[in-house]
Write a protein that binds this ligand. Structure first.
Ligand SMILES: *Cc1c(COP(=O)(O)O)cnc(C)c1O
Length: 387
């Protein structure tokens, strides 16, 4: 079956009621038929039996299976949030004395883990610029164990050649982790380009309707086995209820991503060249510096675009205040179009130089393009721009 069908037709359980839709197994634990069965379940970690929902749950397993099939992965684990996925992957594979090499343009909380927490436990990090891939190799050290990238990155929409970075990691025996949150497996499958692990904040496009938090990591079986034991013992497991929401959301992932991308491209093209803007950035606009690479590794440009107001920081605030119905929030990947102004909100505590280093200029607006009629979105944006 093709991925579009697998996203809809993958069902791991059906109860005696013969329900059509996916059942929700809202149970913390599972029972046994005999003392021997119970003893066996605990004696052998590799036994495919549900014990306790912190370890595994049929509804959670269905969500994981869908993501594995769509990403082309051998196995996966689900977590309570995207950050739990990021943190669990770092904690599973990094020990005191190890080094992680990461793109500098990463999600804010990922940056905090790298810079504030890992050093407390004797783990070193270094940053590289996604736009200078030729400089990465020189930053690899003897103790480099993990490589971490987002592509496209948040909020800069920078793109790295996945084939290039995975070959580099293989040559040095480094585990490559890709945060594929902005693209989703409907648009980009990093494992097909050689990534070892792919993770997501399922909170964003995977749910796609701003209802819940979740995370998922998929990849090589032997790596996921180690992560599974970390999550099973430390507890950042995904709730069965959220997994049920997510497995239903996955049924519409392909149609949603196609429409998000269609709307976003239309809006990006309409805004490009507007006299109030310095530039518009979107992976599938020919003006994007990595347009050719985006075309190679993504099937569409995704749902996020950015533009820069000539009127700077103050202009960014004015633009948000000029919006009539478009949502002002820091979330993204929703059926509702969302505008955010990183310099005065999520990244306001950084200095202007620090912001510039991760591609955030004073007048930068990030638009998470929703599923409304594109003409309504355009009209709303135009009326809020300086006339
Ligand atoms: C939101 C986000 C995260 C964190 O996910 P949560 O579900 O909020 O914990 C990680 N990476 C990227 C790229 C994100 O956009």
């Amino acid at each position: 079956m093709r991925p579009e069908t697998l996203a809809i037709r993958t069902q791991t359980e059906r109860t005696g009621e013969k329900e059509h839709s996916t059942p929700l197994f809202l149970t913390s634990s599972f029972v046994y038929d005999s003392a021997e069965d119970m003893a066996a379940a605990f004696a052998d970690d590799s036994l495919d039996v549900n014990i306790y929902s912190r370890f595994s749950n049929p509804t959670v397993d269905e969500f994981i299976k869908k993501v594995c099939l769509l990403e082309g992965a051998e196995d996966g684990i689900a977590t309570a949030t995207g950050m739990a996925a990021v943190f669990s992957s770092f904690m599973t594979f990094l020990s005191a004395g190890d080094h992680i090499l990461s793109a500098s343009a990463v999600f804010g909380s990922t940056h905090t883990i790298l810079t504030k927490y890992l050093p407390k436990w004797g783990i070193e990090y270094s940053y590289f610029d996604l736009n200078k891939p030729e400089a990465i190799e020189a930053l690899i050290k003897k103790n480099t164990r993990l490589m971490y990238v987002e592509t496209p990155s948040n909020p800069g929409l920078d793109i790295i050649d996945l084939d290039f970075i995975s070959k580099l990691c293989k040559a040095y025996n480094i585990i490559l982790i890709v945060d594929n949150c902005f693209a989703t497996p409907a648009v980009q499958q990093p494992i097909r380009f050689g990534a070892d692990l792919v993770l997501h904040s399922a909170t964003k496009f995977m749910d796609g309707q701003g209802r819940m938090l979740g995370g998922v990591v998929v990849g090589k079986k032997e790596l996921i086995k180690q992560m599974y034991l970390f999550v099973r013992n430390t507890g950042p497991s995904l709730s069965p209820f959220n997994a049920w929401v997510l497995t239903k959301s996955m049924e519409t992932l392909f149609v949603r991503m196609e429409k998000h991308a269609q709307n976003a491209l239309h809006i990006a093209k309409s805004l490009e060249g507007h006299p109030a803007l310095n530039w518009v950035k979107y992976p599938f606009l020919p003006s994007h510096p990595r347009y050719e690479i985006a075309k190679q590794q993504m099937t569409n440009g995704g749902g996020i675009l950015t533009f820069e107001l000539k009127s700077g920081l103050e202009g960014g605030r004015k633009f948000l205040n000029g919006l009539k119905w478009l949502s002002m929030t820091n979330n993204l990947g929703d059926s509702r179009t969302i505008a955010s102004h990183p310099a005065s909100t999520t990244h306001s505590k950084l200095t202007e130089e620090e912001r510039a280093a991760v591609g955030i200029t004073p007048g930068l607006i990030r638009l998470s393009v929703g599923l409304e009629h594109p003409d309504d979105i355009i009209e709303e944006i135009l009326q809020a721009l300086p006339q």
